[in-house]
Design a protein around this ligand. Structure first.
Ligand SMILES: [Cu+2]
Length: 127
């Protein structure tokens, strides 16, 4: 009986741990294969280059962010310019590169921006 209780206790702890780790991941973690050959988005002189980036639809894709400014930037992808629905919010970095996996998206036009400088914007075309 004691062993059963111990087992149940461990299961409960494991379940709590799983719940916490999934809620801690604010961005969706894509499952399945990831296309590592996604586009590079450069941030330089407080602007994204290119400002329009294209990726394939229905496929997890790694975007390569290259922040060449000393100012902090990220690539934050939202459903649209209202920035109310997050799709993939990358880490804020300065003078460095950061890869970011964008989960598979349906074809369409999406919005991205730097969350620190919200006037830095771009368009993600998913085809
Ligand atoms: Cu910025």
């Amino acid at each position: 009986m004691k062993r059963l209780l111990l087992t149940l206790g461990l299961v409960a702890i494991a379940a709590i741990g799983a719940a916490c780790s999934s809620s801690a991941a604010a961005r969706p973690v894509p499952s399945g294969p990831v296309d590592a050959n996604g586009p590079t988005i450069v941030a330089k002189d407080m602007a994204f280059s290119p400002a329009t980036v294209e990726i394939a639809a229905n496929k997890n894709v790694t975007i390569h962010f290259d922040n060449q400014d000393s100012a902090p930037h990220n690539v934050a992808i939202y459903k649209d310019a209202s920035a109310s629905e997050k799709i993939s919010v990358g880490d804020v970095v300065s003078s460095s590169k950061k890869d970011q996996v964008v989960p598979a998206l349906a074809a369409g036009s999406y919005f991205f921006r730097c969350d620190v400088h919200t006037n830095m914007t771009g368009t993600l075309l998913v085809k």
